[in-house]
Design a protein around this ligand. Sequence first.
Ligand SMILES: Nc1nc2c(ncn2[C@@H]2O[C@H](COP(=O)(O)OP(=O)(O)OP(=O)(O)O)[C@@H](O)[C@H]2O)c(=O)[nH]1
Length: 402
Amino acid sequence: MLNTTMNHFLKKILIQTIVRQYSVSKKNGKPIRNHLKQNSKFLDSLRVHVRGGAGGFGFPKYGGEGGKGGDVCLVATEDMTLKDFLRKCPQKRIRAEMGGNSHSRCILGPIGEDKKVNVPVGITVYDDQNVLIGDLNEANSELLVAKGGSGGNKTNGYCGVKGESRSVKLELKLIADIGLVGFPNAGKSTLLKAISNAKPKIASYPFTTIRPNIGVMLYDDLRQISMADLPGLVEGAHCNIGMGHRFLRHVERTKLLVFVVDITGFQLSPKYKFRSCLDTVVLLNKELELYKKELLDKPALLVINKMDTEGAKEKYLEIKDQLENLDDAISSYPDEIKSSKAIKFDKILKISAKNEPDDIKRVKTVIRELLDVNEELNNNIENNISLQNLKDQLKERGPVLV
Ligand SMILES: Nc1nc2c(ncn2[C@@H]2O[C@H](COP(=O)(O)OP(=O)(O)OP(=O)(O)O)[C@@H](O)[C@H]2O)c(=O)[nH]1
């Protein structure tokens, strides 16, 4: 008896400590970054300074032209992380070579060598105004981030032009087929572990996952589908509560979102409101909309987890209709929770990720079916577009006599 009370007490202290670490602290009314977030070793964003080489000097006496300065290019490289990049480039400064000067024995100055730097596949590059420069989604694709200056010649008074110099942000968006989205403790890691080769940490307190984990599911026909588990979202994530929206960018490129919710609901701490399973779906919908409403258009699967717990079936029956008509259900919520649009789930599955291997098989099969259907749909759309383009081209050329 004493042992049980002690265990309960210790567990309570542990939960309170974790909640305190994760819950938002406020300074001058503004949320400040929480402790564990800063300590998280996962690196998915980095600012670097890039400068193209200056152009070489021209040689006025003979009208000689200086060589153009080299460009700085980023090259997408497989099996690489931003940490590897940082190890190779700890100063976070990348310079391309200057163009060579023109002189009496070499009228055209040699061109400065381009600087090609390897970065992980899945990088999006922004300039210092946060304007998109480009994406590197394919291995070996290249992106020019700083142009070299042109060589000195008649038009610029034979002075080489300086290379482009700017600071750029490299943002890593993991590329996985599936993104798991859910509140903490819903069972996302349990599902990922059971369904794939991943070995995420699992524990009975919120925010065990503090960095994205990726697992690969292997099918009988050798098709491989990757799944990313992200740290749990919480109500108010858009105000940086919990892990905030920091990791949501990793689901932007996924083909299917898998929402995992706990049928018993969720409560971050006694200070926070208890949220039922339906509330968590509505709140997840809201957080996704606040992050990027286009995410709500993605194909989505709703997985209702922990169906082995007491009273789960009754709880599910109570919310079944609302889940199937999420638009109506959302409209009955207060304005601060309500989203303007509801996600359309392609399928709703009830499972026990922990105790039912058959449920896991079902999830795996449904994921494959949904991906296949969507791929076919996209192919058809692309084919129709190409067909329409062909028809338009034919129309432009006028009717053909047969
Ligand atoms: N009864 C029951 N418990 C489950 C089930 N799935 C997961 N759990 C338990 O729920 C707790 C949380 O599971 P996790 O898989 O770590 O949850 P998570 O969503 O990854 O949590 P975060 O890492 O905080 O985002 C663990 O104690 C699991 O053992 C289930 O189907 N039934």
